[in-house]
Design a binder for this molecule. Structure first.
Ligand code: NI
Ligand code: MN
Length: 231
């Protein structure tokens, strides 16, 4: 198993031949353009969307209209994707777990907002726990630090977590350290930073965060766009 950082909050999980793409934001991302990364070159079987904001759904319709792609999102975002031409949707909601060919997908809480680009309601924002072959991946979506993370640590202890660290719209790296403790996860991948000026982190702040994680035996990784990491 491995995963690829697609930029911003975008992650592709490669689970024994199944590709699970979460929150792809590639086409409007100048950094992806510079690298020549194209959304249509990213393989996908399942598309998971955490909430309705533009920087999480911009590329979603182009993935959703592929015949082989199944979209998994909250009810409101799933219906919106259907209206944009999605072939297969599985609407779900917080607390639900669905079985997929590679394992399970659980929808968990996130503290944020979720209006869709056309101004309609994107329901409540979410995170996901994807489990495959005993390995658990937690994508927090856009979120503040919140107490439900204690529950994630108590019940599911993810092996890998993708946490937003860019501050302003989500938690910053200092709160992400508290989140890592609460979810009882030692391998954290930093997402949702530096794409736009309000979420830019200085090198100094990144370095201090990496050191603070290391001090308690945890790894904070700032992957470069397109980097593939073995899980
Ligand atoms: Ni958002
Ligand atoms: Mn966002």
């Amino acid at each position: 198993m491995e995963f690829t950082f697609l930029g911003h909050a975008g992650i592709a999980l490669h689970l024994g031949g199944h590709h699970v793409v979460i929150d792809p934001f590639i086409t409007p991302n100048p950094a992806a353009q510079q690298l020549g990364l194209r959304a249509d070159a990213v393989e996908a079987n399942d598309l998971l969307i955490t909430h309705g904001h533009e920087d999480h759904v911009a590329d979603a319709p182009s993935f959703a209209e592929r015949k082989e792609v199944t979209c998994i999102a909250n009810y409101e975002v799933a219906l919106w994707l259907k209206s944009k031409g999605a072939n297969n949707v599985i609407p779900m909601n917080h607390g639900g777990v669905i079985t997929r060919p590679y394992g399970t997908v659980r929808m968990v809480n996130a503290v944020h907002s979720s209006t869709l680009p056309d101004g309609t309601s994107g329901g409540h924002p979410a995170g996901f726990i994807v489990e495959s072959n005993g390995m658990r991946f937690y994508h927090a979506g856009d979120t503040a630090l919140h107490m439900d993370m204690e529950l994630i640590g108590r019940l599911w202890k993810p092996d890998w977590a993708f946490l937003p660290v860019g501050d302003c719209y989500t938690m910053g790296p200092e709160d992400a350290l508290e989140a890592a403790k609460m979810i009882q996860c030692d391998r954290i991948v930093a997402i949702h930073h530096n794409t736009f000026p309000p979420i830019a982190l200085s090198d100094d702040r990144k370095n201090r965060a990496v050191a603070a994680f290391a001090e308690i035996g945890k790894q904070l990784i700032f992957p470069h766009l397109g980097q593939q990491i073995a899980a």
